[in-house]
Design a protein around this ligand. Structure first.
Ligand code: C2O
Ligand code: CU
Ligand code: CU
Length: 529
């Protein structure tokens, strides 16, 4: 099968009409809306439906697998399926692809069920591809699963070309450990999603994404934890992951996607956990909200309608060393922002809106913050509840780094070229290795935005990194923690510190504007012994 990348190489993707052969070559149809363009989704009444809360993945009995399974290993079985999903009561259901726990065959498909990982408890996740082979308006049913933020061998990292087809399955070995067994590296908010070469954008937009949370003795998931090391952050019903995604709908309720939106596809409806503009009833106490921007190309900047601030406790996979109070939170595709909001003292019945005030009209990136945005979610304060949780001033200490001792430096430029997207002038080629970092040797990478006004959220697999400078300056406090995705604003240059320590093998780094990733702003690096 000809891939988009092959066609790019052959120069077929240069201009508008030259794109038609691609669609024919792939045997798929663009869903065209009346009026020729993306005419806009049908109107929907906001805040009719309560926020969906994805269920937790439940273990299954041990099975034989290629993964190592030391005592205590937990086993999971997830099926990738097509089904109908209601994004809003005003719309007919849409055809989605998603993940389903074999133990919960009637659960919503998207977002997928939430994995709960525990440090030093290895897991084996078997993903079974039950997707249809018949062509759909978009989506390609070969899949490979990447646990974003996860520390795992390459064969379990969702290598984009290592996909499995309908009728096949694949086992992912997740050790849930870190090489130095350092509690300062305990992780919190990860996610998993499809990573099919050239078609990740379509498949994620179709629904193939979910959360993976990690807990340890510090971030223990128990606000009553008697262990003096435990942070006792809000937990259980008061620890709520929220994936925010923009979608576009046709009049018949189906999802609309433009397979030629190489600049970055935008929707006009904002979904939280698979529901358009839901409401969420909260008690008069503290909550932990883990925001994930699961959009293909849209950035958000959230404000609270009552003017209150967010207390940010984490960024990407990791807790910050100290909580940070912020009046707004900007979040790029694939980033995670972990916050605590306290509804204590707010009268019962009060409505508070989570508002996105970041205007964005193209895949290029956000335009500006406006004074009135879109209300994405309505909190309704709903009476008292006990609150044994706390937000300590010291969260998780950062492991030390030593940039002065670095001897290996690399430079990567992310730019537009030939109607597509390149790293150091080249489209992704799974056989070309852009870097061979040696395990145990820290490096400094300079990530440079090639310009043109584009934004590129760059994600590096395997190890978290630390941002040393952004345009020569120390980054703000919320960017000083361990990150896995770093935004390159237009023309910016960011220097990061990264050390790969375990797992020699092949990995990728790429823009997480997923349309950019697919055509083909991605590079392979091989970690070596
Ligand atoms: Cu979240 Cu390589 O991706
Ligand atoms: Cu990743
Ligand atoms: Cu990009």
């Amino acid at each position: 099968m000809l891939t988009r990348r092959d066609l790019l190489k052959m120069g077929l993707l240069a201009g508008g009409s030259a794109m038609l052969p691609l669609e024919q070559a792939l045997g798929r149809n663009l869903l065209r809306l009346p009026g020729g363009g993306n005419g806009g989704s049908p109107a929907t009444t906001p805040f009719l439906r309560s926020l969906p809360l994805p269920a937790t993945v439940q273990p299954v009995a041990a099975f034989s697998t290629r993964c190592a399974t030391p005592g205590g290993t937990v086993f999971y079985e997830i099926h990738e399926k097509e089904g109908l999903h209601s994004f809003h009561p005003d719309l007919p259901p849409a055809t989605v692809w998603g993940y389903q726990d074999v133990n919960a065959p009637n659960a919503p498909l998207t977002p997928g069920p939430t994995f709960i990982g525990r440090v030093n408890v290895p897991a084996v996740a078997r993903f079974v591809n039950d997707l249809p082979t018949a062509p759909r308006s978009f989506g390609v049913p070969n899949t490979t699963v990447h646990r974003h933020g996860g520390f795992q061998e390459d064969l379990s990292d969702g290598i984009p070309t290592l996909f499995f087809r309908p009728g096949e399955s694949y086992d992912y070995c997740w050790p849930n450990s870190n090489p130095d067994n350092d509690p300062r590296e305990g992780e919190s908010t990860l996610w998993y999603h499809d990573h099919l070469v050239d078609f990740t954008a379509q498949n994620v937009y179709r629904g193939l994404a979910g959360f993976h949370l990690m807990f340890d003795d510090v971030d223990s998931g128990n606000e009553n934890d008697p262990n003096p090391n435990a942070l006792r952050l809000p937990s259980g019903d008061f620890d709520v992951p929220m994936v925010v995604q923009d979608k576009l709908f046709a009049g018949n309720g189906e999802l609309v996607y433009d397979s030629f939106s190489h600049n970055g596809f935008l929707g006009d409806k904002f979904c939280v956990n698979g529901a358009i503009q839901p409401f969420f009833s909260v008690k008069q106490r503290k909550y932990r909200f883990r925001f994930l921007n699961g959009s293909n190309a849209r950035f958000f900047e959230f404000f609270l309608s009552n003017g209150r601030s967010f207390v940010q406790i984490g960024a990407d996979d990791n807790l910050l060393p100290h909580p940070i109070t912020r009046t707004s939170i900007r979040i790029a595709p694939a980033e995670r922002i972990d916050v605590v909001l306290d509804f204590n003292g707010i009268p019962t019945g009060t409505a508070i809106f989570l508002e996105n005030r970041l205007q964005q009209t193209s895949g290029r990136g956000p335009d500006r913050v406006v004074s009135h945005g879109t209300q994405v979610l309505k909190f309704i304060v709903d009476g008292p509840a006990a609150d044994p949780s706390q937000v300590p001033n010291n969260l998780r200490e950062l492991p030390p780094i030593n940039p002065g001792a670095v001897t290996v430096q690399r430079r990567f430029e992310f730019a537009r070229s030939h109607g597509g997207w390149v790293v150091n002038g080249e489209f992704f080629d799974p056989n070309r290795v852009l870097a061979r970092p040696r395990l145990g040797v820290p490096e400094i990478w300079t990530l440079k935005n090639g310009g043109g006004g584009w934004f590129h959220p760059i994600h590096i697999h395997l190890e978290s990194h630390r941002i040393l400078t952004r345009n020569g300056r120390i980054p703000p406090a919320w960017e000083q923690g361990r990150k896995d995705t770093v935004v390159l604003n237009p023309s910016e240059e960011v220097r990061i510190y990264i050390e790969f320590r375990q797992f020699a093998g092949q990995y990728v780094f790429h823009c997480h504007n997923i349309e950019h990733e697919d055509v083909a702003m991605m590079g392979r690096f091989d970690t070596i012994l």
